[in-house]
Design a protein around this ligand. Structure first.
Ligand code: PMV
Length: 348
């Protein structure tokens, strides 16, 4: 039964990949498997008011408010998303929707809101579906929310649950799927249960290259096959790293993944560089600090210039001190965000 009207709200976090998703096939099928820490502080909150239209309708109708104001330029993205998921949520066209969304992180901070945004939106839609099928269990709800989110933005499928999420078929992870993210099914040592991610905002401007274009450039890329194989191998290697709490090996894999992601961009045609001089300064300072102090702090990168500094809870004070003393000077206007591994989206 269709509910006449109502309102649902969800808060969904961003995530940071440890093994990177870069390259895709049709319908947002990843070219290689990936794994990420779900974040906590960086999140999108979305509410959706829905009201049954007078008569059956063949178009989507929705209003969109971003941080309280109408946002026309986001609408085509949402329209495209709705068209992609239409077959799986046919009831959507029966409603007029008022979508209100806001981010916990500052607008144009260089932090992508597509993962958290598409996850929050998908959860709102699934909540409406659940009102029609009250027996739906939590596992199905999360799986389908992740499935829908993937069709909005690939990495968004890793933003439904916490705290370590794997996406993409991998032969040694039988539960894995190209269609949705799953909670990492193997043993994880406590050291990886409360990791921190301090995000250094090196460059807040728009990216020169969208991730859509970046994924596209992996088609016919001279190193593509090796890269995809390497992602599988790194995911395999992480199994014992997570089980044993092997932070040193974790650092090698995570930093190599970040640099490989950027190496793929530098070696595509056309080629491009998203790192800034300050990105490299930060990386070099992290390496110098680590070799002097043996404090296990490392970096990873997204498809941009910002640096995610990862470290375990046990070295939090030292890491924050180092970041403040040496790294913050490389951030635009000294801006950074203290985040940590989180437990996934929640209804509000
Ligand atoms: O979800 P997309 O299509 O914006 O791709 C994101 C890709 C990276 O953030 C660079 C890596 C990842 O796995 O999140």
């Amino acid at each position: 039964r269709f509910p006449e009207k109502g309102k649902v709200s969800y808060k969904a976090p961003s995530n940071i990949a440890l093994v990177k998703y870069w390259g895709k096939l049709a319908r947002q099928i990843p070219a290689n498997p990936s794994i990420s820490f779900t974040l906590d502080a960086c999140a999108t909150t979305t509410s959706m008011k829905f009201e049954k239209k007078g008569e059956s309708s063949d178009t989507f109708s929705f209003d969109l408010l971003f941080e309280g104001k109408p946002k026309e330029d986001f609408k085509p993205k949402i329209q495209t998303f709705f068209e992609r998921i239409e077959a799986y949520v046919p009831f959507l066209k029966e409603y007029h929707l008022v979508i209100e969304t806001s981010n916990s992180f500052p607008h144009s901070s260089g932090i992508a809101s597509s993962a958290s945004g598409m996850a929050a939106l998908s959860l709102c839609i699934m909540d409406i579906e659940k009102q029609m099928s009250p027996d739906m269990d939590k596992a199905f709800f999360n799986k389908k929310a992740s499935f829908l989110a993937r069709l909005g933005s690939g990495s968004a499928c890793r933003s439904i649950e916490g705290d370590l999420i794997q996406w993409g078929k991998h032969e040694n992870i039988p539960e894995s799927s190209n269609l949705y993210g799953i909670k990492y099914p193997f043993e994880v040592h406590p050291v990886f249960k409360n990791y921190h991610d301090t995000i250094l905002l090196v460059h807040k401007g728009q990216k020169q290259v969208s991730s859509t274009v970046g994924h596209e450039l992996m088609h016919g890329h001279p190193f593509a096959e090796n890269r995809f194989r390497q992602a599988h191998e790194n995911l395999d290697a992480l199994k014992s790293v997570f089980a044993h709490g092997d932070v040193e090996e974790f650092i090698k894999i995570v930093e190599s993944e970040a640099l490989t992601l950027h190496a793929m961009m530098m070696t595509s045609m056309p080629y491009f560089i998203l790192m800034k001089p300050d990105t490299l300064e930060i990386i070099n300072k992290i390496w110098a600090y680590r070799s002097e102090t043996h404090v296990p702090i490392c970096f990873t990168l997204d498809a941009g210039a910002n640096v995610h500094v990862l470290y375990p809870e046990s070295v939090k004070e030292k890491a924050i001190q180092f970041i403040q003393d040496e790294l913050v000077e490389h951030c635009e206007n000294g801006h950074y965000i203290c985040d940590r591994i989180g437990q996934g989206a929640r209804k509000i």
